[in-house]
Design a protein around this ligand. Structure first.
Ligand SMILES: Cc1cc2nc3c(=O)[nH]c(=O)nc-3n(C[C@H](O)[C@H](O)[C@H](O)COP(=O)(O)OP(=O)(O)OC[C@H]3O[C@@H](n4cnc5c(N)ncnc54)[C@H](O)[C@@H]3O)c2cc1C
Length: 340
């Protein structure tokens, strides 16, 4: 029996690393002719760190990351209204790393063991009927993925100061802004905004112009010193689907969660671990192990969409929200402190 992994994103590479350490026979297929080089940062939630620690490449990931246990929440006047704990049950922090560094580190082991093929996966060509196909093909392979009314903008800035050395969330009417530090004194940012704020033109120039009208000078400095900016429509899947067309789906291919909790990659990493731990049994047991995660993923999807609504409230509801967040610290222990 052989495992065929479709896709060399964070989910597929994590699964490959875990299978390699168990000595299980596999290949990864990537339809592009190289690993992804997307120039942006990524938050690896503390809930995924216990799994990354099991990988041979963990020391490298550790060195390439900035860590924090706190999330600072700001209102639209850049006043800090609360600070939330995002450490895990072992008091470990979340990691902040360039996506390209993470992919490079995770792929090193796969290249060394010659398990990667840069071709589009075709079942008839590569797999026989006893093999297991794991779809880690991301949203392109998620039939339930639907567009939303929101755009994502993300980039890595050469600007930093004391303010940007931590994980920050800034809430504005119809948009929110997240910043976090990276190594080499750079700052990564992600912005989510409502498409209808942009009238008819949804191109990068129109988006940057709108951001320049809306954001205070401190945040604009990040955007205006960015090496490269990526803009993308935000989509998400309305349900979780662990199997389709004789494949096991994991990561974004199974559950595409909107990025308002920064948990997409973390959940792909957890799926890869759950699947790799149950592959010694028969397939139906492996699928059942994934199905036990459905309730949690659905809760995450619900709260991710709810978060966006709360972050984007306009006047006067934003004033009540700010008082509420100040008085009642939101509790995210159900995500970050949950043991696997
Ligand atoms: C604005 C934004 C910010 C985000 N920020 C965060 C964050 O801070 N933290 C976090 O945890 N998550 C974040 N996410 C979510 C995260 O990026 C995704 O959840 C994660 O990258 C999904 O990884 P994946 O490996 O499942 O899929 P992908 O990264 O999409 O990888 C799929 C791979 O499969 C390949 N492929 C597809 N079809 C085939 C085929 N037929 N044959 C061979 N190869 C194929 C593709 O080329 C691709 O390389 C964010 C998302 C967005 C949009």
């Amino acid at each position: 029996m052989k495992i065929h992994i479709i896709g060399s994103g964070i989910t597929g590479l994590t699964l490959g690393n875990l299978l390699n350490s168990k000595g299980i026979n596999f290949n990864i297929y990537e339809k592009n002719n190289e690993f992804s080089k997307i120039s942006s940062g990524i938050q690896l939630g503390s809930n995924a760190i216990a799994i990354l620690k099991k990988l041979k490449s963990f020391d490298k990931i550790d060195k390439l990351s900035i860590k924090t246990k706190k999330l600072n929440v700001f209102n639209n006047k850049l006043r800090k209204i609360n600070q939330l704990d995002i450490s895990n049950a072992d008091n470990q922090p979340s990691f902040f790393i360039r996506r390209s560094d993470l992919i490079k580190t995770l792929s090193a082991e796969i290249i060394r063991s010659k398990k990667i093929r840069f071709v589009e996966f075709e079942r008839q060509k590569y797999a026989d009927k006893h093999d297991i196909v794991v779809n880690c093909g991301g949203i392109q392979h998620n039939k339930n993925s639907i567009p939303t009314k929101f755009l994502g903008v993300w980039g890595i800035s050469n600007h930093t100061n004391k303010f940007f050395k931590e994980l920050n969330l800034f809430m504005f009417s119809g948009m929110h802004f997240v910043s976090y530090p990276l190594t080499n004194n750079q700052t990564s940012f992600t912005i989510v905004l409502r498409k209808d704020l942009l009238s008819n033109h949804i191109d990068q120039v129109a988006i940057i112009k709108k951001l320049n009208e809306k954001f205070p000078e401190d945040l604009l400095r990040l955007i205006n010193n960015a090496e490269h900016i990526i803009t993308k429509e935000i989509s998400y899947s309305s349900k979780t689907q662990w199997t389709s067309e004789a494949c096991i789906n994991i990561g974004d291919a199974a559950h595409h969660i909107a990025p308002h909790f920064a948990q997409g990659a973390a959940q792909g990493i957890i799926d890869a671990y759950v699947l790799s731990s149950s592959l010694d049994n028969d397939i139906s047991t492996a699928v059942k192990s994934l199905e036990m995660r459905t309730k949690f993923i659905d809760k995450l999807r619900y709260h991710s969409n709810l978060n966006r609504q709360i972050y984007h409230l306009g006047f006067p509801l934003n004033l009540y929200r700010d008082i509420f967040i100040k008085l009642f610290t939101p509790d995210y222990n159900w995500i970050f402190k949950k043991r696997l």
